[in-house]
Every structure is written in structure tokens, then in C-alpha cells.
Write a protein that binds this ligand. Structure first.
Ligand code: SAM
Length: 334
């Protein structure tokens, strides 16, 4: 890029961010939609290699084509595309304030990818994210795993899942997406693993909740409990589930039921508490829970992996912890 006689070299992520951002702003203005809706439109255009919106002025169509022609997606890595897409979504999300729709940060995705890789030994496997949102968590995991993965994602929010689908398309990651309530019946074959940053709160549909063992005795049930049960139902015996959960999960007044459910169907493999500094406050802090579904020949670990993670940017402390985690996996998973 040339400016005032000076060469400015931009990073690949910046180049893509600029393209997504500028074309989204133009589409937002001309279509009168939100920034994130416009991002979905521009992403689809880029993927299809044409301008799909019929209501645009000729000047804008021409301008958009010129922007898209300047970018060769095949020259970018999946992670560069994902990171740029993530930054634009973060910008767009500042307009909406729904804590339950927040994207899962990179660091959590990378940690989950590492844990999935350690637990799953098969060269190919089936993976489900029942709260896929923008796809950031699922795609971070897919981009960091060196195995053949058949992945599926479900989300109730039609805009977020549209972004997820475009995110996956631009990265050429084959993912099956389902836009529906994940607590309704899912038409997905049993999977070997689940990753999910589950929504926390009450589930308003009491009739549907009645179908779950973890339904509340009175009033609305916890969506996060039902999500755990639904994920377990869709996992093969011996399969692994990786959930991002609120730290208080096992301390609520309904936790007794959850404890009984876990005892009946699952082995707790590990609980990794993320550094509080990653979250707005202590109440919002989360952990990664790893469980394995019981089944024939499946044994519990001699001891669960319990870790308090240091700040993920503290390399020295983090390396020390990773050595311990590695050792646990060697001792327990061969
Ligand atoms: N991992 C996602 C990402 O990286 O973008 C973020 C997940 S976000 C914390 C939780 C997601 O659960 C939201 O996208 C929300 O729309 C979805 N959700 C909430 N209730 C749901 C339901 N009943 N069925 C399906 N999805 C639901």
C-alpha cells in the first residue's frame, strides 16, 4: 500500500480486516442493515466471487468488485482469515450487548484444541459444537488439529450461525450447520467429541425441558444443565466432552442433580480454571470441564486433572503447567 510516497506494509490479518470492515460499512449504509448483517453479506460475496445484493447502486457494485478483486483468499492461511473475521465480529458485537452471544476467545479455543488432540487418539473423528455461535471456537479447534474431523455446529441465532457458515466457507472447513434450538431433537449422528462454550441462564421452554433428566423441579430449568445432558446424549460411549463452564456450576441450588447425572453417565477427567484476569470479574470467570462418557471398557482416570491456569501470557508459568498437563496425559491416556 502506498501513502505519501511511503510504503506501508500491512500484515495479512490487517489486509483482510480492512477489506471486511470497509465493504461491511458500505453495505451497511446502502442496505440499511446492521454491521454484522453487512459482514455476512460481504463474506458471502467474497466466497461466491460476485456481488449478490440486487438493491445496490451501480457505483457500489463496481466499488465492491474492485475491493474483492484485490484480495486472493488462497494466499491467506485459515488462521489469518479466522483472526481477521474475529476482529470484525468483535467490532460489530460492540453494537449488541448480549453476554450469552460473546465469541469464545482464541486462547480458550487453542487450549481446547490441545486437550482434544491429547484425548482423541483416532486419526479421524466426529465433533459437535451445540452452541456454535460465530464458529470461532469450533474453527480455532479445527485449525489446530491435525486430524480428519467431520464437524457439526448448531445455534439458535440465525445471524450468528450465518457468520459461522461464512467463516467456515472462507476457511474451506467442511462443517455441517443446523440453525435450531439445540435442546429440540437434533438430527446428528453420535459424535466422538463435543466442544462447547455453553449458554448460561434459564431455558424458557418448560415443555421441552420436561424431556430432560436435569429439568428443574420447579420453574425454569438451567439451559447450561440441559446443554450438558443433550451433548452427552449425542456422544458415543467413551467419547469426550469439553465444556467452557461458569466456575459456580457445581455450587448452584440445582447442582445436586448435576452431580448425580455426572456420576451416572460420565467420568470427570479434568477441570482447568482459567485466569480470572481473562474475565470482567470473578463472577464471570470460567473453567474448562473435560468429561468422558461411560461405556464398556472405559475406566476413570486414577486422578482427575485439576489445574488453576496462570495468566496465559505468562509464558514461564504456562510452560510449567503444560509440562504437568502433559505428564497427566501420559500417565492417564498412554
Ligand atoms: N463458541 C461460540 C463462538 O465462538 O462464537 C460462542 C458461544 S456463545 C457463548 C453461546 C451460544 O449459544 C450463542 O451463540 C447462542 O446463540 C447459543 N444458544 C443459546 N441458547 C441456545 C439454544 N437453546 N439452542 C442453540 N443455541 C443456543
Amino acid at each position: 500500500m502506498k501513502k505519501g510516497g511511503m510504503m506501508i506494509i500491512t500484515s495479512p490479518v490487517e489486509q483482510l480486516f480492512t477489506l471486511f470492515n470497509e465493504t461491511s460499512l458500505r453495505l451497511q449504509e446502502e442496505l440499511g442493515c446492521s454491521y454484522l448483517e453487512a459482514l455476512a453479506e460481504t463474506g458471502e460475496n467474497l466466497f461466491q466471487g460476485s456481488v449478490l445484493q440486487e438493491e445496490l447502486s451501480e457505483v457500489t457494485v463496481k466499488w465492491l468488485k474492485k475491493q474483492y478483486e484485490g484480495i486472493y483468499l488462497e494466499r491467506y492461511t485459515n488462521e489469518e482469515i479466522r483472526k481477521a473475521f474475529q476482529l470484525v465480529i468483535l467490532k460489530g458485537m460492540k453494537e449488541m450487548v448480549q453476554p450469552n452471544h460473546q465469541m469464545t476467545p482464541d486462547s480458550v479455543g487453542m487450549l481446547m484444541a490441545y486437550l482434544v488432540e491429547k484425548c482423541i487418539k483416532e486419526p479421524s473423528f466426529r465433533l459437535l459444537d451445540p452452541a456454535v455461535g460465530t464458529g470461532n471456537l469450533l474453527l480455532t479447534v479445527l485449525n489446530h488439529i491435525d486430524k480428519k474431523v467431520a464437524a457439526a455446529g448448531v445455534d439458535i441465532d440465525d445471524l450468528l450461525i450465518k457468520l459461522a457458515y461464512i467463516n467456515a466457507n472462507l476457511q474451506e472447513q467442511p462443517v455441517q450447520f443446523f440453525n435450531q434450538d439445540s435442546l429440540e431433537p437434533l438430527f446428528i449422528d453420535p459424535v466422538d467429541a463435543v466442544v462447547a462454550d455453553i449458554p448460561v441462564g434459564y431455558y424458557p421452554n418448560d415443555i421441552r425441558a420436561a424431556d430432560y433428566q436435569l429439568k428443574a423441579e420447579n420453574g425454569h430449568s438451567y439451559a447450561h444443565h440441559l446443554f450438558i445432558e443433550q451433548s452427552v446424549r449425542h456422544t458415543k460411549p467413551g467419547g469426550y466432552l469439553f465444556f467452557l463452564i461458569p466456575n459456580g456450576l457445581f455450587e448452584s441450588e440445582q447442582a445436586g442433580m448435576l452431580h448425580r447425572f455426572i456420576k451416572e453417565f460420565l467420568y470427570i477427567q479434568g477441570l482447568l480454571q482459567l485466569p480470572v484476569g481473562m474475565f470482567k470479574n470473578k463472577q464471570a470467570a470460567k473453567s474448562i470441564l473435560i468429561v468422558q462418557k461411560k461405556g464398556e471398557g472405559i475406566k476413570p482416570p486414577s486422578q482427575a486433572l485439576l489445574v488453576n491456569l496462570p495468566s496465559l501470557s505468562n509464558k514461564r508459568e504456562m510452560d510449567k503447567i503444560l509440562v504437568n498437563i502433559d505428564k497427566w496425559f501420559k500417565d492417564n491416556k498412554g
